[in-house]
Design a protein around this ligand. Structure first.
Ligand SMILES: Nc1ncnc2c1ncn2[C@@H]1O[C@H](COP(=O)(O)OP(=O)(O)OP(=O)(O)O)[C@@H](O)[C@H]1O
Ligand SMILES: [Mg+2]
Length: 359
């Protein structure tokens, strides 16, 4: 079991200085719009992933007009205590400290405190570009495999280098030796990433379908497929056969950085066909599946951060979700809402005990 017991924020966004003690598995966070509910959840996520969930750079996380910030959490994993601190110093330098020990290699740390977050904007994962679906997959796998995360960081680094080489050389051919070195690196890391994705994604898809039908209680014909050009060729073959096209485009046009999850309802893509309610159910199913898969790979479940779920699901689906949260999932869960009475009513109705923090 993984649980956060204490959170201390200093100069993090709207919080100048504030502490919370969490002594329940189910946590409700209530307050009006703009009071800092999402910020509180994001601070927790930050401790696990060393960056915020919402795409903000570190400067935007520091309270306006201040320099530096600090997030501290006390966690319990199988009755062992962990004190985690993320500090941005006044000079902008970021530090991660675990039980008073500074951590140099963040890739080894990610995954100690797994989190799965759901925010109101997340249906974009279904409707917008494939980049968001890759981010979803990467966040999932990175929290269970440091090999994956290391390969991903390296791949992205060499991809940037290859693209800038193509750009600089244009309209001439790039330096062949340099291109060969970059291709070899991209191939090595790309093939490794593909091998890991190919192992994870079928399990993930199976779980998404399971949770979708659990939540929606319907027979919607949901179909999900992992799309990758590496199904046909390895990374080196892709790079070599595309070189003319890549030169013309001045970038690497194919590879694991273009992988996607194709999601269909019946025969139509979910982004155009699925109703808003179906999309929301699918989003929650994707997050529950992510949560489940991470749990399977670690011997404790991720903490679930559910931002504004009450606004997002109809009453039947909400009931399914909250019953699952209260009685089945067994993980610590944070749920935000603007209306504390609604939270109170719903949890009382299903007979769940919880702690409420007002912000
Ligand atoms: N760097 C920052 N410094 C100071 N305040 C900030 C900073 N970044 C964000 N804020 C403030 O935090 C507040 C938003 O907090 P947050 O998004 O957590 O609210 P919320 O309770 O989730 O609201 P909603 O119910 O609308 O979702 C805003 O008032 C915003 O101005
Ligand atoms: Mg919010």
């Amino acid at each position: 079991m993984l649980q956060v017991e204490l959170l201390k924020l200093v100069q993090f966004r709207n919080y100048t200085q504030q502490n919370w003690i969490f002594n329940n598995r189910i946590q409700a966070v209530c307050g009006k719009n703009g009071t800092g509910k999402t910020n509180l959840l994001d601070a927790l996520y930050y401790l696990g992933l060393t960056k915020s969930y919402t795409p903000k750079n570190d400067a935007q996380n520091i309270q306006h007009g201040q320099q530096g910030m600090r997030i501290e959490g006390q966690f319990n994993i199988h009755n062992q205590s962990y004190k985690i601190e993320v500090i941005i110093r006044e000079n902008g330098k970021k530090e991660l400290i675990v039980n008073e020990e500074p951590i140099k290699k963040i890739t080894n740390y990610i995954g100690l405190l797994p989190f799965v977050m759901v925010t109101p904007d997340d249906t974009a994962i279904i409707t917008q570009s494939s980049e968001l679906r890759r981010k979803y997959i990467d966040a999932l796998i990175s929290q269970t495999s440091s090999t994956y995360l290391q390969n991903l960081i390296q791949y992205n680094k060499f991809l940037v280098q290859r693209n800038s080489l193509l750009k600089q050389a244009w309209p001439n051919s790039p330096n062949k030796d340099l291109l060969d070195i970059l291709d070899a690196q991209l191939s090595q890391h790309g093939n490794e990433i593909y091998a890991i994705r190919k192992n994870y994604i079928p399990q993930l898809i199976e779980k998404i379908l399971y949770y979708y039908h659990f939540l929606a209680q319907s027979n919607d014909r949901l179909n999900i497929q992992y799309e990758s050009s590496l199904h046909q060729k390895n990374m080196l073959q892709i790079l070599q056969s595309n070189i003319q096209r890549d030169l013309a485009a001045q970038r690497t046009t194919e590879g694991i950085h273009r992988d996607d999850l194709l999601m269909r309802m019946g025969d139509e893509p979910c982004k155009v066909m699925a109703s808003q309610g179906q999309r929301k159910s699918l989003l929650f199913a994707m997050k529950m599946a992510e949560w489940d898969l991470i749990k399977q790979h670690k011997n404790y479940p991720p903490i679930l951060l559910l931002d504004d779920v009450f606004e997002k699901l109809d009453i039947d689906r909400l009931h399914q979700l909250l019953s699952w949260v209260a009685f089945d999932c067994g993980a610590q869960v944070f749920i935000t809402d603007t209306d504390s009475e609604r939270v109170d009513n719903l949890f009382n109705k299903i007979g769940a005990t919880y702690q409420m923090s007002l912000v």
